[in-house]
Design a protein around this ligand. Structure first.
Ligand SMILES: [Zn+2]
Length: 225
């Protein structure tokens, strides 16, 4: 409770408008500010028709309720590329993340799997997607993009020949595992605005974090490390 109060005071002191996590002992407290672009981008994505439900993409009811977390129309994505690349477990994502994941898998992950291993990508292990929590689970930190269903953590890639490449062991593993993981990490920076891997910090030693946060004044800045 003490920590909750600290985080709530912290958010008031920086005059940010939406605060959550102050009412429940079980929800870690975080600082969240109102970011209208989030809702706007989600609505534009939904209106564009580029994301349609399928056996691999189910519409869910809205997430978050009265808290700063959530999305208006989240989706549960159990596979990318029209079912060819399984996501295990299924990821809960907001609309703009879905074409970004598909684009990354099609233009980066699949070509890298073919180039380095001569096999197609058939699956990816989801370490995390939606979660109403602060960045890196730190009390009083800013709301994570995971809290907006705007982030995806991938910890393992599975190939058609049975090969599994985990970020944890492969990042410093065999030469082709290292090359593959560095290629999919670097290539993700074209589809996502934040990409964090094992070189970013100790929190990302075993997965790639991908999100569509807005960075910088114009939203054009990219975080890729
Ligand atoms: Zn993450």
């Amino acid at each position: 409770m003490y920590m909750s109060r600290v985080a709530c005071l912290l958010s008031l002191s920086v005059l940010l408008s939406a605060v959550s996590g102050c009412s429940s002992e079980r929800t870690p407290a975080f600082v969240a500010k109102s970011e209208p672009w989030q809702a706007l981008e989600e609505r534009q994505c939904l209106a564009s028709g580029m994301v349609r439900t399928s056996p691999f993409l189910n519409a869910r009811s809205s997430l978050g309720g009265p808290s700063a977390c959530g999305a208006e129309q989240p989706f549960e994505m159990s596979a990318a590329l029209g079912g060819r690349v399984r996501l295990t477990p299924a990821a809960t994502l907001r609309c703009p993340m879905i074409p970004a994941v598909d684009r990354w898998v099609a233009t980066v992950v699949e070509p890298a799997a073919r180039f380095h291993f001569g096999a197609s990508i058939v699956g990816m292990k989801v370490a995390a997607s939606y979660g109403c929590r602060p960045i890196n689970h730190k009390w009083g930190a800013k709301l994570s993009q995971h809290g907006l269903a705007n982030a995806l953590d991938i910890s393992e890639f599975r190939l058609a020949d049975g090969h599994k490449i985990s970020v944890k062991s492969g990042w410093w593993g065999s030469s082709r595992e290292r090359q593959f993981l560095r290629d999919v990490h670097r290539g993700a920076c074209d589809s996502f605005t934040t990409v964090l891997g094992p070189l970013a910090d100790r929190y990302h030693h075993d997965h790639l974090h991908l999100d569509l946060a807005r960075h910088g004044k114009n939203g054009t800045y990219r975080v890729c490390r």
